[in-house]
Design a protein around this ligand. Structure first.
Ligand SMILES: NC(=O)c1ccc[n+]([C@@H]2O[C@H](COP(=O)([O-])OP(=O)(O)OC[C@H]3O[C@@H](n4cnc5c(N)ncnc54)[C@H](O)[C@@H]3O)[C@@H](O)[C@H]2O)c1
Ligand SMILES: O=C(O)C[C@H](O)C(=O)O
Length: 364
């Protein structure tokens, strides 16, 4: 008799638990509504980086595997047919997160309501062209696109400039789009940051994910300063300084720096085209960390407007170590800077000051 009662009670409990589980699952299905799509603009989308970048965005590499996206692709008239082809391929790839594609040569249509703008479009240096000619073409493009973004993008749009000269294009965009908060305009130096991580990982035969907190200071050019003074490697004995593990200051202060500074040129020499897959991947890393946050204890390098930190002229777009939280970046403060680093940080800042003067002279 007692056994039957116990069995009955257990059965009731089981039924109750199962019912409760169904109710929770039912309610969860209501709570678990799909996120609103984020609209991402890619300019120069018919180019090399564009071709590598747009599938990454559509696959969730940039904004996460549960974030639907709408892609706005902009290029210029001579590339209109190629751009159409990119759109066709995006449709053919049937990306589950992709909720729409606008391919256009009209900057106003392209910028409409965009939440994130990745500015890859620009005029590449051609044989026989002077630096001033390239600068002149590109700053005019960035001045015009600043207005289109300012007037038509979402008010909290985050902008990443990839096209060279990346820092100065971003500076022009910032200065000619005064209503976009300056915190929302950045340029890509994450590729240089990743290159520095890659070089250390190769040198030490460690996984690249175990290397962190290198810094790229300054310009995305050959004057940039890749700094490992605060970088560490995760080992089975805890975090170890890169300098201690490499145990070769001469290599770190010479070959390592020039390899990272010249890596873009080395890739152009090898491929006959500039880096594309690594640049696209770095652009995804930049936006992902900016939007979703940097891991605890880790910083990354971003070209951001200088607030005077580390004695860098305020207003320049300069690459600093930053951490990101809740969609905002902050410059890592209080790092000790030795004389060797100071000199290199000032040299690349000086180049940016000269580029700014040149850019303004092109606009006059
Ligand atoms: N910051 C970095 O780390 C980094 C790395 C690699 C390359 N880059 C730079 O990125 C840029 C793009 O490189 P790429 O290899 O894709 O070049 P690409 O020449 O293959 O593509 C550039 C595209 O921009 C388009 N374009 C030109 N003017 C435009 C305008 N006004 N509006 C919209 N689109 C326009 C072109 O038609 C072309 O399709 C270059 O300036 C390159 O130097 C930067
Ligand atoms: O396009 C270039 O000049 C090189 C590019 O910026 C790179 O770093 O790979």
């Amino acid at each position: 008799m007692e056994h039957i009662e116990l069995l009955q009670k257990s059965l009731v409990v089981l039924i109750c638990v199962s019912l409760l589980w169904r109710i929770v699952r039912y309610m969860w299905s209501f709570l678990n509504v799909e996120k609103e799509p984020v609209t991402v603009l890619v300019t120069g989308a018919a180019g090399q980086i564009g071709y590598a970048l747009v599938p990454m965005i559509a696959r969730g590499v940039m904004l996460g595997p549960d974030q639907p996206v709408i892609l706005h692709l902009l290029d210029i008239e001579p590339a209109a047919e190629a751009l159409k082809g990119v759109k066709m391929e995006l449709i053919d790839a049937a990306f589950p997160l992709l909720r729409g594609v606008v391919a256009t040569t009209d900057a106003v249509e392209a910028c409409k309501d965009v939440n994130i703008a990745v500015m890859v479009g620009g005029f590449p240096r051609k044989e026989g062209m002077e630096r001033k000619d390239v600068m002149s073409r590109n700053v005019s493009i960035y001045k015009a696109q600043a207005s289109a973004l300012e007037q038509h993008a979402a008010s909290d749009c985050k902008v990443l400039v990839v096209a060279n000269p990346a820092n100065t294009n971003a500076l022009i965009l910032k200065e000619f789009a005064p209503s976009i908060p300056e915190k929302n305009i950045t340029c890509l130096t994450r590729l240089d940051h990743n290159r520095a991580l890659g070089q250390i990982s190769e040198k030490l035969f460690v996984h690249v994910v175990d290397v962190k907190n290198v810094i790229i200071w300054g310009n995305h050019s050959s004057t940039q300063y890749p700094d490992v003074n605060h970088a560490t490697v995760t080992t089975c004995d805890g975090q170890k300084p890169v300098r201690e593990l490499v145990a070769d200051d001469n290599w770190l202060n010479t070959e390592f720096i020039t390899t990272v500074q010249q890596r873009g040129a080395a890739i152009i020499k090898a491929r006959k085209f500039s880096s594309a897959l690594s640049a696209a991947s770095a652009a995804c890393d930049h936006i992902r960390d900016w939007v979703l946050g940097t891991p605890k204890g880790t910083w990354v390098s971003m070209g951001v407007y200088s607030d005077g930190s580390y004695g860098i002229q305020p207003g320049l777009i300069y690459s600093f170590p930053v951490t990101c939280e809740k969609g905002e970046w902050s410059i890592v403060q209080g790092l000790k800077i030795d004389t060797f680093s100071r000199e290199k940080m000032d040299k690349t800042a000086q180049e940016l000051i000269e580029e700014k003067t040149l850019a303004y002279s092109c606009l006059n």
